[in-house]
Write a protein that binds this ligand. Structure first.
Ligand code: FPP
Length: 249
């Protein structure tokens, strides 16, 4: 897609699928002597802007880690604030995103969400299922290992004799979407924290100290530019790549 503002670089080889671990909300708030939860609120506002920007520059899939299977261990007040934010988002923002032609998906364990949230998630996915704009996926109560385990168990129930990449992929979250090209983690940590273990197998990683609420469209441009300088060999040697995929030394 052609850029529409001066700030957007020419995205020659855009990642089709970007995943983001939105870390640093708590520290962003602490630096301002605010309660941690206000960092999450600010983080959610930033997220909405980021989805619009990704859609605008032609990213096909954006997947964000909003709540991990391990995040239940956080103080109860913070957990219920995050769940409340998620519900408010589903209630207040989905219609607007639908009008913009976004397709919304939620991955993770659904049975631990409240009935109301689960119903809202189902309605949202049905409402936006046939949209053709960006696919925006929110990972809630999600863990990469748990995702693999549930996929294997579902597959075994079909009675297959052998687990293969192709038949397992059918049961893995987003298995039929393009694999993640670029993983971004904000907030200064360099780990993937049990995020999409299967889907990140060949992703390029981009770690930045910028805290999630401070991560602007310009920061995303920088991450994409860094991605565009990588040589993705997928097991081959650099010399085997077609000239347009080779990067200068
Ligand atoms: C990690 O920052 C962030 C999270 C665990 C939650 C991310 C959530 C949002 C960006 C907004 C909410 C979105 C939805 C859809 C519910 P942290 O709290 O670990 O930050 P810290 O490392 O600075 O403490």
């Amino acid at each position: 897609m052609k850029s529409t503002t001066q700030t957007i670089p020419e995205h020659t080889s855009l990642p089709r699928h970007i995943a983001i671990i939105m870390d640093g909300n708590g520290r962003w708030a602490k630096k301002r002597f605010m309660p941690r939860v206000l960092g999450h609120k600010k983080g959610l506002d930033r997220l909405f802007e980021m989805v619009d920007y990704c859609h605008q520059i032609g990213i096909r899939n954006l997947t964000v880690f909003a709540f991990s299977t391990e995040n239940w261990r956080r103080p109860e007040e913070e957990v219920s604030f995050l769940m409340g934010l998620f519900m408010k988002m589903l209630q207040e923002k989905v219609r607007g995103m639908h009008q913009k032609n976004y397709r919304l998906k939620v991955i993770g364990y659904r049975h631990r969400l409240s009935t109301q949230v689960r119903e809202l998630v189902e309605e949202t996915e049905q409402l936006t299922a046939n949209n053709t704009g960006i696919t925006f996926t929110i990972a809630v109560d999600y863990g990469g290992r748990q995702d693999l385990l549930q996929a294997v168990n579902q597959l075994l129930q079909t009675g297959v004799k052998e687990v293969t990449e192709d038949n397992l992929r059918e049961y893995i979250a987003l298995g039929n979407e393009p694999e993640v090209d670029l993983l971004i983690r904000t907030g200064g940590e360099s780990r993937i924290s049990n995020f999409m273990l299967w889907q990140l197998a060949y992703s390029e990683f981009y770690f930045t100290d910028t805290l999630w609420p401070d991560f602007t469209d310009k920061h995303l441009d920088e991450a994409i530019q860094s991605f565009q300088l990588r040589e993705r060999r997928f097991g081959r040697t650099g010399e085997q790549l077609p000239p347009e995929e080779q990067r200068p030394d």
